[in-house]
Design a protein around this ligand. Structure first.
Ligand SMILES: [Zn+2]
Ligand SMILES: [Zn+2]
Length: 499
């Protein structure tokens, strides 16, 4: 599987579009490459936990393999400046989310092949910037803790800042922001403009990790966000009074892009960079008062925030104006735990009654296998869930529980051995009258599959029933075979239809 990054005239990679191997689009003829070369470098990480992926084969267009990522997931190669695609290949992975731009450096987060539906949904929710139209399949069992790391719903407590001298300083996120806001906009601006900048910068810093290979999250230049050690009383106030607030789209913190000023209208992301339209990066009108763009023009216009604030817009309404369809809040998504034992018999505290190897399925699609001592556990978003346990030889059973934030709710499930109808006394299947003429009744102790064939194997009736009166007035006289099946067990009887 490959993905393809699209190179555009502005000279930066931004978004990647994902294609399966069969859908990779190549040139009909070789492109004419520039004689000007540049260095491409970056790091490839796993989207689920940001761990570097070594051994990723990196090729450019159809030029062949350029390089493999090293043990830190790092790659570097030289290629013409006008290449059109970078292909990544690694067993077990497909595609990627956004490729971060700037200084010819990239961070590429690869997706696992065949994620579950739940994983797909969470990836889509978490990385709205991505186009990943080829994710499908359910073979990869979800691991909730990995899913959690994909959902960027909370502002990180600390940030690792790569200093100009290449040292890494770990500081609280707000401490970092107190150096960002005065470096990005004049501290004399209206307080609502400063607060909008603080929240946009906090959101951006929460979801961008361009310096993983250097053991850092952000640097101090505009490659990430401008940062300086000098703080200002007013910008510090803006950071303090918006602490923990971030901009979210469908519950996930957004990649809050911003820029100096536009020409009166911000831009759609896909009209500036290749890629899928991002619902919150839409073109909107802007009162910044300039007649030309000075930057990419996608997201929040800094001069526009000041113009809006001077017209008494609040920082929340400013953010919602530039980031379409978003919310601004500081709520934190706290998971709850659904945990239980799969067991048989009346005493689930007796470990010998516990059942390992049962398939435990949540109604949101997550699935685990009961492990040692028959235990299962899910860390999930609060809500009501039904969890079903099944294992061959047992009847499936389910419990429903309300999961609340931060709490562990127990949902143990008793399985009973599967007793087939053939194991039951014969009176649990009653067929009467027999012989029959125009109709007969079939009564079963519980619902089961019933198939009735004639002696040549032709099916006369098939259905899942418990009690039923069947019309046989059109059936030829003769002997019919009634087969009743239930979870691998079967019971066969004969029905005689008379003239
Ligand atoms: Zn940076
Ligand atoms: Zn503007």
């Amino acid at each position: 599987m490959y993905f393809r990054a699209t190179f555009i005239a502005l000279g930066v990679f931004t978004f990647v579009s994902l294609h399966s191997q069969t859908k990779t689009v190549y040139y009909n003829q070789s492109p004419e490459y520039s004689s000007i070369h540049r260095i491409y470098e970056g790091v490839v990480i796993r989207v689920t936990d940001s761990i570097p992926v070594p051994g990723v084969e990196i090729s450019v267009d159809r030029l062949g393999t350029e390089v493999y990522t090293n043990s830190a997931g790092y790659f570097k190669f030289e290629a013409p400046e006008n290449i059109s695609a970078i292909n990544l290949k690694k067993e077990g992975f497909i595609g990627a989310r956004e490729v971060i731009l700037g200084n010819n450096k990239f961070e590429i987060a690869m997706f696992p092949e065949n994620p579950t539906k739940t994983e797909e949904q969470l990836i889509q929710k978490s990385y709205v910037l991505t186009s990943f139209n080829d994710l499908s399949g359910e073979s990869l069992k979800a691991n909730e803790s990995r899913l959690k790391s994909m959902l960027k719903t909370e502002v990180p407590a600390v940030i690792r800042v790569l200093m100009p001298d290449n040292t890494v300083v770990v500081m609280s996120t707000d401490e970092y922001l107190k150096g960002v806001v005065p470096a990005e906009v004049p501290a004399s601006w209206d307080m609502d403009a400063l607060k909008a900048q603080a929240v946009a910068a906090r959101s951006y810093a929460s979801v961008n990790f361009k310096h993983n290979s250097q053991g850092a999250d952000v640097c101090t230049s505009t490659h990430c966000q401008a940062w300086k050690s000098t703080q200002n009383e007013r910008t510090t106030q803006a950071v303090n009074e918006t602490s923990n607030f971030s901009v979210k789209y469908q519950g996930a913190i957004i990649n809050a892009l911003f820029f100096s000023h536009c020409n009166g209208t911000t831009r759609n992301n896909e009209s500036v960079w290749a890629g899928t339209p991002v619902p919150y990066l839409r073109s909107v009108s802007c009162p910044c008062g300039f007649t030309a763009h000075n930057a990419h023009g996608v997201g929040m216009c800094q001069y526009g925030t000041q113009a809006m604030a001077l017209k008494d817009s609040t920082w929340e309404s400013i953010l919602k104006w530039y980031y379409t369809g978003t919310t601004v809040d500081k709520t934190q998504l706290v998971y709850g735990t659904l945990k239980g034992a799969i067991y048989q018999g009346s005493d689930n505290t007796n470990l010998s009654n516990r059942i390992t190897g049962a398939t435990v399925t949540l109604n949101n699609g997550l699935e685990v296998t009961s492990a040692n001592e028959g235990l299962y556990s899910f860390d999930i978003v609060p809500g009501q869930y039904t969890v079903t346990a099944s294992k061959p030889g047992y009847r499936s059973a389910a419990v429903t529980r309300d999961i609340t934030a931060g709490n562990t709710i127990w949902g143990s499930i008793e399985l009973t051995p599967n007793v087939g109808i053939s194991d039951l006394p014969s009176q649990n299947v009653i067929i009467y009258p027999n012989p029959a003429r125009d109709h007969f009744n079939i009564n079963i102790s519980e619902e089961a599959n019933v198939t009735i064939t004639n002696l040549t194997g032709q099916i006369k009736y098939n259905g899942k029933i418990r009690n039923k009166k069947l019309d046989i007035s059109q059936w030829q006289p003769g002997i019919y075979i009634i087969k009743i099946t239930d979870s691998g067990y079967s019971f066969t009887d004969r029905l005689i239809v008379t003239e």
